[in-house]
Design a protein around this ligand. Structure first.
Ligand code: F0G
Length: 491
């Protein structure tokens, strides 16, 4: 390896490495997930986290000014996979805030000064995804990609579409029909992404986009979902900003909603590296919160006792659960549409994060999510339903006395309140605006920039056609690597 940064398979029995300039969504040898690793001894790493503070004062629109302005890249020494500053694609992401939420703490039965809310909805596209997209787009630019794509429950598509438009790449998003909130759909359309509404749910969309990106290289599609290890490098910065806001002290707990498990995986990696570099003393504990209607991690960890086990986690347990889901034709279902996911692709990394951060997993009902979303809005700045799973999870952990009222807690609020106003209006009035709008007569859009979504069947030939390819290019391709029945970590 000539570069100080490289990609490495997370499977300890494999540990294959790849150059950072290779485009991979999994290990070519064993199919496991990849990490971006660094030979820190060859890099210049700050001696203390306080080093980053001098960047708050950087002025100007030059490259240093723009990188220091970004809440991701002001920590660039901790994610040094790029070659030069000119590679970096930034739109001013990551300027979010940690609110000391005393009013909410009071209602939760916590002591003042102990509950903090990290508002990632304050990013340019309204969710935490921008932290990861800036890093993945930087890699996409490094490797000369022109078409970038993702499957999404909404926020990834909004973020990808915004970055693609500003980086002058073609954005392509796969969303499940009727699955995403209007706020998020409207963003993908507004930013000009080719929006495919696939007849299926998020899990179906992700399977299809992985098939396209991995097995149909002729289409030249670069995958932006969180299986892309570069995305997670950017998402580590959410933890750096929490430390920064707490004067570089770790909280006792970090609580995060779990969907595809990219965020919690990134948080685990952030702390593994900070510890290795001697930049922090205390590792916070991690709580990952599933919605009851999309509770794969909860089932595997709490019911089946699944553990990271130094990387030798029991894949059979995962395979068994997935086979049972297939058999009963199980589909995830929750009001928190952002985390309506049954096969989290980053499951192995989530197990690793739980292991390193002495973590726990809990599930919360839709009712609990709705009540806590309303509380965050009433006594904070508000958030979308999935984000409130973190606060509902905190309530559960306080009730169980796993967390005590005088511990310091940071709940990650992953998306903005205005992402899903339908849920809010319905909560307060009982009116389902979405179904009212669905019944309204349709007019042909005539705006000069109108960008209509394209409806497609959950079928590869239709998808290739919608992407401008010729379905005959599928002849002879074996898709066995992307079989939906393979356990996680295999592609
Ligand atoms: N919260 C929100 C608001 C999200 O949009 C997502 C994921 C999550 C939590 C879960 O994060 O996947 O890192 O565990 N949304 C993805 C999307 C799947 O397509 O927008 P995770």
């Amino acid at each position: 390896m000539t570069n100080a940064a490289f990609q490495q398979c997370i499977n300890p029995a494999c540990r294959a490495t790849y150059d950072v300039t290779e485009v991979k969504v999994g290990c070519a040898k064993c199919g496991s997930l990849l990490d971006i690793l660094y030979d820190w001894s060859r890099l210049s790493v700050p001696k203390s986290l306080g080093f980053f503070e001098h960047r708050w004062a950087t002025k100007g629109t030059g490259i240093q000014g723009r990188l220091d302005f970004s809440g991701v890249w002001r920590f660039r020494e901790l994610m040094p996979f790029y070659r030069t500053d000119a590679d970096i694609v930034t739109i001013g992401e990551g300027r979010t805030q940690l609110q000391q939420a005393d009013l909410l703490a009071k209602r939760m039965g916590m002591k003042p000064g102990h509950l903090h809310l990290q508002y990632e909805g304050l990013n340019p596209s309204g969710s935490f995804k921008d932290n990861g997209m800036t890093a993945a787009f930087t890699h996409a630019r490094m490797v000369g990609a022109h078409k970038v794509a993702c499957a999404s429950t909404g926020n990834t598509s909004a973020s990808l579409a915004m970055f693609a438009s500003l980086a002058e790449m073609q954005g392509i998003v796969f969303i499940g029909t009727g699955k995403i909130s209007f706020g998020k759909l409207s963003q993908a359309l507004d930013y000009g992404a080719l929006t495919l509404q696939v007849k299926g749910d998020f899990d179906d969309c992700l399977r299809r986009i992985r098939q396209i990106a991995v097995d149909v290289p002729a289409l030249g599609v670069y995958l932006m979902n969180s299986v892309n290890p570069f995305r997670l490098e950017g998402q580590k910065s959410i933890m750096y900003r929490i430390l920064e806001a707490l004067n570089w002290e770790s909280p006792d707990w970090v609580i995060v909603p779990g969907g595809n498990m990219g965020n919690c995986s990134a948080f685990g990696k952030a702390f593994m590296e900070l510890k290795e570099l001697g930049l922090i003393k205390k590792i916070p504990r991690l709580a990952i919160i599933n919605a009851h209607g999309a509770n794969t991690l909860h089932q595997l960890v709490n019911n089946d006792g699944l553990k990271w086990n130094g990387g030798k986690f029991d894949r059979e347990k995962v395979g068994k659960l997935y086979a049972a889901m297939d058999e009963s034709n199980y589909k995830a279902h929750t009001v928190a549409s952002a985390i309506e996911i049954s096969r989290p692709v980053n499951l192995p990394k989530a197990l690793r994060a739980l292991d390193f951060m002495n973590g726990v997993v809990r599930e919360v009902t839709d009712e609990e999510i709705l009540e806590h979303r309303a509380m965050v809005a009433r006594w904070g700045f508000g958030c979308e339903p999935a984000s409130a799973a973190s606060v509902a999870g905190l309530r559960k952990l306080l009730d169980e006395q796993v967390i005590s009222p005088d511990e310091t807690v940071a709940c990650i609020l992953t998306g903005h309140e205005l992402k899903d106003p339908n849920v809010t209006v319905q909560y307060h009035t009982g009116l389902d605006m979405k179904s009212v709008q669905d019944l309204a007569p349709k007019k042909t859009p005539h705006g000069k920039l109108a960008n209509q979504p394209v409806q497609v069947d959950d079928d590869l030939a239709s998808i290739v056609k919608a992407l401008g390819g010729d379905p005959s290019m599928l002849a002879g391709i074996e898709f066995k690597k992307t079989s939906p029945n393979l356990p996680v970590g295999e592609y």
